[in-house]
Design a protein around this ligand. Structure first.
Ligand SMILES: NC(=O)C1=CN([C@@H]2O[C@H](COP(=O)(O)OP(=O)(O)OC[C@H]3O[C@@H](n4cnc5c(N)ncnc54)[C@H](OP(=O)(O)O)[C@@H]3O)[C@@H](O)[C@H]2O)C=CC1
Ligand SMILES: N[C@@H](CC=O)C(=O)O
Ligand code: NA
Length: 377
């Protein structure tokens, strides 16, 4: 048997998460030797490896300047796929596209990348939580031959926390999923942990939203978090891994009943900065919501529930007594997920930890790349 040669990686999207992925891949020695970065692309530029000029991105090289100075403007995805096929052939290495954007067009292109023999790894929820047609196209293009392309998206739910791998393990070993419930948004977890506390609190809602954005927890547009759609996307991704629910959400996340926290006048605001700027106008309304829960001896938490036996999925704002674990045991951007199953029927299997932030999200992406390298390298 020939020695493993490692894999190539093309990184599309080099913002908060993408930068951390590059940093982990170029500075951790055992990763740098098995995972070779062959392309970087943002919305403006592409930087490509060639046989005579392989990319060398480890510090002290400054990949941001190299990308910004590249003479190649961002390649259309079909052209990028062709270039990557060529690089795969020349280097004799399996090649993976890492999508670190939150872009719908990139996510819709996964079936084409996969059909071109390229694996896909992503923290972008838009592909796996989109229409059922897109989801099925992704599945059928990634479950071909033994040597075929693979699709991994651990960081789409709970960032680096082992949530999709846990659910897949439960399902593949024949457990029966009864219910999955918990706090699935790092942003909303941070906001409610800081603003709706058992001891009361004096912070303004808009202030904690701004901190969540500054910490890198929010989506590029924070309305995607406050509208609940980020949670309904995660619920869709999880539901589709439960065989009885795979076909349940035909329109994807839009089929999930979802409580939105976006004030009605801000629903049409397309700029994330403008949205955050205007949010203080609504602090009074949020204060009233918090005060009403406090009068009942409760705190507010934003939760997602998949009731597999009833076939119900929903994302909602709920009140919890001040001594409930969701009120006392969460802090920062913590996610917590309880898997109630036939085997874990007495006490649920729990996964808890930071569910947002660049480093922990990149860790989930890089762990997926290691899985691809183990299977295809
Ligand atoms: N932040 C977090 O805690 C977590 C994030 N995620 C997911 O990770 C993804 C990235 O998030 P984050 O890093 O915060 O986002 P950023 O906004 O920081 O970065 C997005 C990157 O994508 C690039 N981009 C946008 N559109 C395109 C396009 N059409 N083609 C190529 N590149 C494009 C942007 O380039 P340019 O600068 O040129 O516009 C930028 O480099 C999102 O899908 C998010 O949901 C998942 C889990 C946790
Ligand atoms: N914006 C998301 C990031 C991770 O998916 C969140 O806050 O959970
Ligand atoms: Na995860």
């Amino acid at each position: 048997m020939s020695a493993p040669t490692g894999i190539n990686v093309a990184i599309v999207g080099v913002g908060l998460v993408g930068s951390s992925v590059i940093s982990q891949l170029t500075t951790i020695p055992n990763l740098a030797s098995q995972i070779h970065i062959v392309a970087l692309q943002n919305s403006k530029k592409t930087l490509l490896s060639t046989p005579t000029s392989p990319l060398s991105l480890a510090p002290p090289a400054d990949w941001k300047t190299l990308l910004a100075n590249s003479s190649q403007s961002a390649l259309p995805l079909a052209d990028l796929a062709k270039k990557l096929q060529q690089i795969a052939q020349e280097s004799k290495r399996h090649t993976v596209v890492v999508d670190n954007t939150s872009n719908d067009s990139v996510a819709s292109f996964y079936p084409e990348f996969l059909k071109a023999g390229l694996s896909v790894v992503t923290p972008n929820k838009k592909g796996l939580s989109g229409s059922l047609d897109l989801y099925k196209a992704i599945l059928s293009a990634s479950t071909g031959s033994d040597k075929g392309p693979l699709m991994y998206g651990e960081s789409t739910v709970g960032a680096g926390l082992p949530i999709l791998t846990t659910l897949k393990d439960l399902v593949q070993t024949g457990d029966e999923i009864h219910k999955i419930e918990g706090v699935l948004s790092g942003t909303l977890s941070y906001i409610f942990n800081e603003w709706s506390t058992p001891a009361g609190g004096s912070k303004k809602f808009s202030e904690v939203v701004k901190v969540a954005k500054d910490q890198g927890y929010t989506e590029p547009h924070p309305a995607d978090d406050l509208s609940g759609s980020d949670v309904s996307r995660k619920l869709t991704i999880l539901s589709r891994l439960i065989p009885s629910l795979t076909d349940k959400l035909p329109k994807g996340f839009e089929s999930v009943p979802t409580h939105s926290l976006t004030p009605a006048p801000l629903e049409s605001v397309t700029s994330g900065d403008e949205y955050v700027q205007k949010l203080p106008e609504f602090d009074g309304d949020f204060d009233k919501l918090n005060a009403a829960a406090r009068e009942e001896g409760c705190v507010l938490r934003y939760v997602g529930v998949i009731d597999a036996r009833a076939g119900e999925v929903k994302a909602s704002l709920e009140k919890y007594p001040k001594d409930h674990p969701f009120a006392t045991s969460l802090s920062g951007s913590d996610n917590i997920l309880a898997f109630h199953t036939k085997r874990y029927s007495q006490r649920p299997l729990l996964v808890q930890g930071a569910g947002a932030g660049a480093e922990v999200t990149a860790m989930g992406v890089v762990a997926d790349l290691v899985r691809v390298a183990e299977r295809r390298g």
